[in-house]
Design a protein around this ligand. Sequence first.
Ligand SMILES: *Cc1c(COP(=O)(O)O)cnc(C)c1O
Length: 388
Amino acid sequence: MRNEDMLLIPGPTPVVDSIYDALASETRSHTDPRFVEIYKRAIDQTKEMFQTDGEVFVIAGSGTLAMEMALVNTVAAGERILVISHGYFGDRFIKLGEAFGIEVDVLQSEWGERVNVEDVENELSKKNYKAVTITHGDTSTGVVADLDALVPVIKKHGALVILDGVVATAAIEEDMSKCYGHPDYKIDIVLTGSQKAIGVPPGLAVVAFNQSALEIRKQLGRIPAYYTDINNWIPIMNDPSKYFATPPVNLIYAYAEGMRLVLEEGLENRYIRHTAYGKAVRAGLAEFGMTALAEEGVAASTLSCILYPEGIDDAAFRGELAKKGVILAGSLAHLAGKAFRIGHMGNTTEQMLEKAIQLIGQTLNESGHKVNTQKAIERFKEIMYANV
Ligand SMILES: *Cc1c(COP(=O)(O)O)cnc(C)c1O
């Protein structure tokens, strides 16, 4: 890999050479049949990944644009949504809803914990909700949502399930054909960005709508959007030789290669690999007295929010690691300075994660925090290779 740094933040994630090569291919006209064929393939690959019978949208933008696209095409001003929030990115749906005049109710968990399903059920039985948003993995806390518990409850009450998969898609199961306890209980919308568990550089918003969600869009008529109105994109997604707004040609090349790698590895294999990554990284770091904010039962397999032991300066610690080529992220809101976040997803490898644990141990020792690096590495390997 030609990368100098190991980008172990919750996105962007490490980019492999074949994706860089694709990105650096000749920029062609967006109507050139050679590009159109690749765009078409990227759309088909995305449909295959989500197992959807509906439409997918792969357009220029970031994860936040994908969130907006999901919401604005299904919920009108004055209608109500319920936001299930496990942290900072869950809360982003509140702001989005407010921006479009949508009535927003929120169920927020303590950071590091999950919202109770009983509370969701209770809230849904009180009011009429058009949609419920779930953040699959909340990137601020490392908490993963329990879809098996949430989806049936939400669908039973007739609301749309909007799933923010930005830090989960292609690493944690998001199968839109899956029935959650009833033939009609399915995830309606999944949205993501290119730069997290898919492992492509940032710049693409990816959204999938099932038939129910498409039907809701039809019922809405005019919506307060133009670029993100799916009605403007459906013709393009069905025939990418058509024009609505210029697609990011080179990013689409990169994305098609990223998708090829995802499908070649196989989704099941990716779920297993990421599960092992999450457990092994957390077990290794625990040997340094660094514990995850989220307990193992609710922790995401793609990234972890790790609390510092006493006496470690966040900026100095991460600065030292950055000099050694390991890029970690700080924490958000009230956890800033008290925890760091480490991504372990996408095209990250077990070798990179092992190296990161070694360098974290080295950095701790250099700053006078005596830790047993060898033991942490052994623990990492034990879990990593036992779980696969
Ligand atoms: C990163 C992230 C977003 C925002 O994505 P951007 O690409 O930064 O706009 C939204 N939701 C989750 C869960 C994320 O991790």
